[in-house]
Each structure stands twice: as structure tokens, then as C-alpha cells.
Design a protein around this ligand. Structure first.
Ligand code: AMP
Ligand code: MG
Length: 500
């Protein structure tokens, strides 16, 4: 008798545009790296959301995307022609402790689609059922967390922040037990690669030097060709230095936009510098540097203002995993050494851009620090502050910015310093640039909650409306100002956990 996986893999492939081209570069690493399997069928699937924009980037026909065939494919109920599903194994440090073997416990990689632009994009079904790496979990994802991941992925992309993408959500009324009984959903995630720091950590922990070497070759040849050297140790050092640089850039972008990841475990750290694994993430409302978005993170390990330092700690884990290839610990330390400087420089550049200041000048760091300290002391809404400041620099009155502060004298004093600094910059051009740098719309926790409540009741229109706005977060969207407002009082009581 065939296993369900064998049956699935032998089933007639779904009808889809025959021009789809796949490659399976991760699969060529061999069976030590993954288990082949099929998604579990999702009963009575229905569409919850789709990104036509991403579908077009992938070369998927929009009409096909709206079809029942596509619904079956993205529910995990029918194979996509040319796909070859697998779940990968990795490890990771969770909340500072080595967690041993982990893996795609609720995600399945379909393969890598060759897009019309010539690049490869891996497709994953997340929430598609049990895998050999599910541990105690059920392999499912709930509608609530799937909507949060879908919206956040596309919102971050539109903000210009490297991230895994999300193609669609398929829902089902199948019950899934979390803190309460919820319903199941599957998100299709898309990224050039889902490699994590934890992939290297796993094989280092198992003492598999050959597998580590194969992983290094895979990562470097496909995603970091500029790191290729004749010597393995040098290649591994170059990779570590390149990942360090990308991670520093990513952290600068998170901190500048006010994004709090919530679970920066090393299994959630992308090797190619993407934002990966949207669980209890949050975008700051009031500027609270110590904000902890995951209520299970009682020690505040992943507080907003600790993220850059946590990323560095995680990079040390990656370095340790690469040591069997690098040899000399001192060389790994050298590859990591630029991190604090790279992060500081990137963060200052981002904040300077938010202030509309092009070139760096002495004193900019102090001006930025003074502003952030003031925003924190006054608990000013982070996004609204930047947007109103941009509008002011584009010609609007100052009052809407000033009104955000209780301590007007402190604000005036800072504003004076800022005006001194930007006296030589053309104010009109500057405002326009700032409006393209400081978003009007971000995925606030309460906005996600509102569309989740509607979707749970079968109304997907609010979700589509929010998605459309988040896909163009720097634009004005007439009639959508409610999506750019301060959070309501009830938002303060919303909690997020790892099941989010
Ligand atoms: P995450 O919190 O999603 O990053 O997951 C951490 C680890 O737990 C990974 O190995 C996941 O595959 C696994 N995991 C999380 N949620 C589930 C679930 N619902 N079913 C099975 N495994 C899960
Ligand atoms: Mg994870």
C-alpha cells in the first residue's frame, strides 16, 4: 500500500500554465537535509486573500490564480505540476538556549519557481499539516496568524524591507486547538531561500562536517556568489561577513520603521537577510524602546531596543556553527567585528533619511538621539510623528506635530536644532522625499485584529481594503484615514503569543 505522500506525489498534477518552470536546488543537497512528504488535505477550502502583485511577479496567471484549481493547489489538496514537496530539517537557539533539532514542522517547500525576471523563488505552504519535524505540534496554522503573516509580509515588502513574501491564504472551517478552538488556514510563503542560521547550527551540532560544507557551497553558489574563494575557510569567513552586513542592514530597517519581531530565535534568522517567521510581531504605536510584543517573553529578551544586539548574538551562533569550516575562532570573530559599526552607520543613515537630511554631518547622531529620547519620554506615536513632520516639511503647519507633545518647550528646543541643521536643504523637495520615506500606513496590531474578526465572521472585504493600503503605504488613500489613526484604547489589551 502506498503512503499518503506517495499517493499525492503520483496524483495527476493540477492544471496550470504549462510554461511554469521549476528547479529544485535545495533538494539536490540530499536526504540528510529534508524529508519528502505531501501536504495534508485541507477540508472544504475557501479563498481568504491573494496578492495579485506577487502572482504577477511569479508569472502565475491571474485568472488561474482565481480558479478552483489554484484553490486546491494552495490548500495543499492537489500538486502543482513540477513541484516536489519536502520539509527541511534545522536546529536553533530559542530564547538563548539550544533547542536541538527543529525543522519545517508546519511548512512544506514545493520547490523553486523560475520567475519571468529570471530569478528563482521558493514556494512554501505554511500550515499544511504534520511533518517529521512537527514535534508536539499539529502542523497547522490558524486563520488569525495566517492573516497576520500575509499582511505583514506584503506590508514589509512595500516598505522596502527585505522579507519573505506571501502569495495567498486559503481557509477552512477545520478546527484547530490553540488557547481556544480556532480554524485552519494555509499561507503560501515565497522567498529566494528559506535558509536559516539554524540550518548550519543543526549540522554543526550533529558533527556533520561534510553536510556543513555542502550547505556552505549551496548558500554561496546560489545566494552569495561574491563570497566564493578557493579556500573553504576563506569562503566561510566571507559568507559570515556578508551575512553580518545584511543582518546589520535589516536591523537598521526594523529599528527605523518601528518593527518588533518578537521571536528572534536563530531558527527564525534568515541566512539571506530577510525578515522571516511572522509570529507575535508588532509595529510600535507609541515609541516605547523597551516594548516586548510577545507576552510569553517574560524576560523581555526580544524587546524592541534589544533587537540589534540579539541579532549580533545570533550571528555568533552562526559563526560557531561555521567554525568546523573556518578553523581559527579568531577569523570568525574578525568576520563579525564590523557589526556594531555597520548597524550604527546604517541606522543613522535611515534616521537621517527620515529627517530628510541627505549627507551626513557632525552632530547628526546627537540630533537623532535627542529626538528618540524625547519621543520615548513623551510616548509619542512613532509613525504619526514622522508622517506629520514630513507633512510639515512639505508645507503644512507645525501645529499637528507640536500637538503630539505635552512638553512643548522640549519639542520647540529640538525643532530649533533641526531647523538649524536643515537650513541649507531645500525645504520643498525635502518634504516630498520625507513623505516617500515615512509611511502613513503600517500594520498596527488593532488593524490586524479588526480584519481578523471580520474574516472569522466570513467577511474578507476589510482584509482586502487593508491589504490594498499596506501595498502602497507612502501614498494617500482617500477614505482610509481610519487606517492611519492612533490605536483605540482597546488595542492596549491585545496580547500576542507564539501561537499568534
Ligand atoms: P515557530 O515558533 O513557528 O518559529 O516554530 C518553532 C518550531 O516549532 C519549528 O520547528 C516549527 O516547525 C515548530 N512548530 C511551531 N508551530 C507548530 C505547529 N503548529 N505544528 C508543528 N510544529 C510547529
Ligand atoms: Mg520559526
Amino acid at each position: 500500500m502506498n503512503t499518503p505522500a506517495e499517493d499525492f506525489l503520483r496524483a495527476a498534477p493540477a492544471l496550470v500554465d504549462a510554461s511554469l518552470r521549476w528547479r529544485h536546488r535545495f533538494a539536490t543537497l540530499g536526504p540528510d537535509f529534508y524529508a519528502r512528504l505531501a501536504p495534508e488535505p485541507l477540508p472544504h477550502p475557501y479563498w481568504v486573500a491573494r496578492s495579485d502583485r506577487l502572482a504577477a511577479e511569479l508569472g502565475l496567471d491571474t485568472h488561474w490564480m482565481a480558479s478552483d484549481d489554484a484553490l486546491a493547489v494552495f490548500a495543499g489538496n492537489a500538486p502543482l505540476a513540477g513541484s516536489s514537496p519536502l520539509a527541511s530539517v534545522y536546529g536553533g537557539h530559542q530564547f538563548g538556549n539550544w533547542a536541538g533539532q527543529l525543522g519545517d514542522g508546519r511548512a512544506i517547500l514545493l520547490g523553486e519557481l523560475l520567475t519571468p525576471s529570471g530569478s528563482g523563488m521558493e514556494l512554501q505552504l505554511k500550515g499544511s499539516g504534520l511533518t517529521p519535524f512537527s514535534r508536539m505540534g499539529d502542523g497547522r496554522a490558524v486563520l488569525r496568524s495566517s492573516i497576520r503573516e500575509f499582511l505583514a509580509s506584503e506590508a514589509m515588502h512595500a516598505l522596502g524591507i527585505p522579507t519573505t513574501r506571501a502569495l495567498c491564504i486559503v481557509g477552512s472551517n477545520a478546527p484547530v486547538v490553540r488557547e481556544t478552538v480556532e480554524t485552519a488556514a494555509v499561507v503560501t510563503r515565497v522567498a529566494p531561500s528559506f535558509l536559516r542560521f539554524g540550518h548550519f547550527e543543526y549540522f554543526a551540532w550533529r558533527g556533520k562536517a561534510e553536510a556543513l560544507r555542502a550547505l556552505l557551497d549551496h548558500a554561496v553558489s546560489h545566494f552569495y556568489p561574491e563570497c566564493q574563494r578557493t579556500d573553504v575557510a576563506e569562503t566561510a569567513c566571507a559568507l559570515l561577513a556578508a551575512v553580518t552586513a545584511r543582518t546589520a542592514q535589516l536591523m537598521a530597517q526594523w529599528q527605523a520603521v518601528g518593527f518588533c519581531h518578537g521571536v528572534m530565535n536563530t531558527d527564525n534568522m534568515s541566512l539571506i537577510g530577510l525578515t522571516l517567521d511572522y509570529g507575535p510581531f508588532n509595529f510600535l504605536d507609541a515609541f516605547e524602546p523597551g516594548h516586548v510584543c510577545n507576552h510569553t517573553d517574560v524576560l523581555g529578551r526580544y524587546a524592541f531596543d534589544r533587537q540589534p544586539e540579539v541579532a549580533r548574538w545570533n550571528l555568533f551562533c552562526l559563526a560557531e556553527a561555521l567554525l568546523p569550516l573556518i578553523g581559527e575562532p579568531e577569523r570568525a570573530v574578525q568576520a563579525l567585528a564590523p557589526y556594531p559599526r555597520l548597524f550604527a552607520r546604517a541606522f543613522e543613515a535611515r534616521l537621517r533619511a527620515k529627517l530628510g537630511l541627505g549627507d551626513a554631518r557632525p552632530g547628526d547622531g546627537a540630533l537623532i538621539d535627542a529626538l528618540l529620547a524625547l519621543l520615548a519620554r513623551e510616548r509619542v506615536d512613532y509613525t504619526i510623528f514622522w508622517r506629520r513632520l514630513s507633512q510639515h516639511m512639505a508645507g503644512d503647519a507645525l501645529a499637528p506635530v507640536r500637538d503630539l507633545f505635552l512638553d512643548r518647550a522640549a519639542f520647540d528646543a529640538w525643532m530649533l536644532r533641526y531647523s538649524e541643521r536643515n537650513r541649507t536643504v531645500s525645504r520643498w523637495g525635502m518634504g516630498d522625499l520625507m513623505l516617500k520615506t515615512n509611511p502613513k500606513y503600517i500594520l498596527r496590531k488593532h488593524l490586524a485584529e479588526q480584519v481578523i474578526r471580520a474574516a472569522t465572521a466570513g467577511d474578507f472585504a476589510p482584509l482586502a481594503r487593508l491589504q490594498a493600503v499596506l501595498e502602497a503605504p507612502f501614498d494617500e488613500h482617500p477614505g482610509c484615514d481610519d487606517l492611519a489613526d492612533f490605536p483605540p484604547d482597546w488595542a492596549a489589551h491585545l496580547t500576542l503569543s507564539c501561537s499568534s
